[in-house]
Design a protein around this ligand. Structure first.
Ligand code: PLP
Length: 465
């Protein structure tokens, strides 16, 4: 399988190179040349199979030509064996025709583990095969960082530097990153917002000398391998609830558009889907786009769902490529306009195409708390603020009760205990395996929002060269 950049100016690459590169050299995002299709028979045969087995089946065609192809079954079994629930991503019924899929049973209690645990194993495999090493640089508004650190800690061929916006992650999220006592793990608290952190990471990748010298690799959701791993739970949920014989709707609490793009990818691969519902908090650039057809960046406002406090959703570029009929030239023009003016508008036809699949709803903090309280009162289930936004959006925008809707629960309630307690009076305890989090020592550096300072810091500490 070959992969191309959305911006059309980078060389086509195979899976292993895409895995290690993350962002394409031209600033674009990699996409597969074609979407392998899961036939109705294949889908029917996946119903009830173990998660790791479905994962290997779904991903195999995308790894054609990869040195990890023969090891894929083992890699999936190892990665998903680290989850605390034997079903990996179990479905829980909340009410008639509405399910919650719990994506938070991995080591850091957030859905990002689902992709990153596998990515850690894939990195290791490909790097040993090539006898080389990498420096991972990533930006996090909370969960990506800890999930990436857990996936890469203590790995011989990887150094990892994670930038987080100082004071803007929850204490649990920060501690999950900063208490990891591994020599190859480096936490940086940047004096700025998540978008600043993301811009710094992009700038490091866009510096060819630095990129080559450090062997930079990304674990942000711009990495196609992450999107790929995330398509799997859409497949397991769909086949559990009736695919290929009837369609599903999914509701996804959305920030960088990575998770919900994986849903779109599953649809492209033949999973019958009626609708993909995007839930946002006050930072509602995507919801506004699906309502108005205008993409317009605004200031980031902090909310109770910090992993969605994002104004520029990088993965949207992958959908945009399709909405523009696959034209890289047109895509570069639109992205350039967005960079200059902070806004762009698509043709009515393109907007219509997007609306045929996607719909968006926004919830402010009070509405989010009210939804957490309602679900606790009516169903006895504790939801974290991100997951509550997904559930609220599912109830609001589902088209009919005849179509099952799955709301993705992206974080464990104990990751956001203050919000949950405010809404319900219940303080969700951390699972046993994380119970000592508040007793461990923290380790991180505070640095200014300055590219040169960050690069010097990375140079001084990575084992590259
Ligand atoms: C990262 C994250 C999101 C947003 O996912 P995207 O792929 O960026 O859209 C939502 N909820 C939680 C808890 C997250 O960690």
């Amino acid at each position: 399988m070959q992969y191309f950049s959305t911006r059309g100016q980078a060389p086509r690459l195979g899976f292993d190179d895409v895995l290690l590169a993350g962002l394409a050299e031209d600033g674009g995002l990699y996409l597969p040349e074609s979407w392998p299709v899961l036939s109705p028979d294949t889908l029917a045969g996946l119903s009830g199979r173990p998660y790791a087995e479905v994962a290997a089946t779904v991903m195999r065609p995308f790894l054609a030509g990869s040195c990890a192809l023969d090891a894929l079954d083992d890699l999936c079994a190892r990665a998903y064996g680290r989850f605390a629930h034997s079903a990996t991503c179990p479905l829980v019924q909340l009410e008639e025709s509405l399910w919650v899929q719990e994506l938070f049973h991995g080591p850091t209690l957030a859905f990002k583990d689902v992709a990153l645990q596998l990515l850690g194993d894939l990195f290791d495999h490909v790097l040993s095969h090539r006898d080389s090493r990498i420096t991972i640089v990533g930006a996090t508004s909370g969960d990506t960082g800890s999930a990436a650190i857990e996936a890469c800690r203590d790995r011989e061929r990887v150094d990892i530097f994670i930038l987080h916006p100082k004071g803007r992650t929850s204490e649990v999220q920060r501690r999950q990153m900063t208490t990891v006592d591994s020599a190859n793990v480096h936490n940086i608290a940047v004096e700025g917002t998540f978008d600043d952190c993301q811009a710094l990471v992009k700038a490091m990748f866009n510096d060819p000398g630095f990129r080559a010298e450090q062997g930079l690799a990304a674990v942000n959701s711009i990495n196609f391998a992450r999107i790929l791993a995330q398509t799997v739970y859409y497949v397991t949920a769909a086949v559990a609830l009736g695919a290929p014989y009837r369609p599903m709707t999914f509701a996804v609490p959305t920030g960088n558009f990575g998770n919900v793009f994986a849903g779109y990818a599953a649809k492209r691969m033949g999973v019958p889907m009626e609708r993909l519902i995007v839930g946002s908090n006050r930072n509602d650039i995507l919801t506004r786009f699906f309502e108005t057809g205008k993409m317009e960046a605004r200031e980031v406002a902090p909310t109770l769902s910090p992993s969605m406090d994002i104004q520029v959703s990088s993965n949207f570029e992958r959908l945009l490529h399709d909405l523009l009929g696959g034209s890289s030239v047109e895509l570069v023009r639109v992205m350039e306009r967005f960079k200059q003016a902070g806004r762009f508008e698509l043709t009515p036809e393109a907007v219509e195409e997007a609306r045929n699949v996607f719909a968006g709803a926004r919830y402010d903090d009070d509405e989010t708390l009210a939804e957490i309280a309602r679900v606790w009162r009516e169903a006895g289930m504790l939801l974290d603020p991100h997951s509550a936004i997904g559930v609220a959006a599912a109830r609001k925008l589902r088209l009919s009760r005849a179509v099952p809707v799955v709301a993705l629960a992206t974080a464990h309630p104990a990751k956001f205990p203050d919000a949950v307690e405010r809404a319900t009076g219940q303080r969700p305890p951390l699972p046993e395996r994380l119970a000592d989090l508040y007793d461990k020592a923290e380790r991180y550096e505070i640095l200014p929002n300055d590219l040169a300072a960050i690069q010097a810091h990375v140079r001084a500490r990575s084992r590259a060269r």
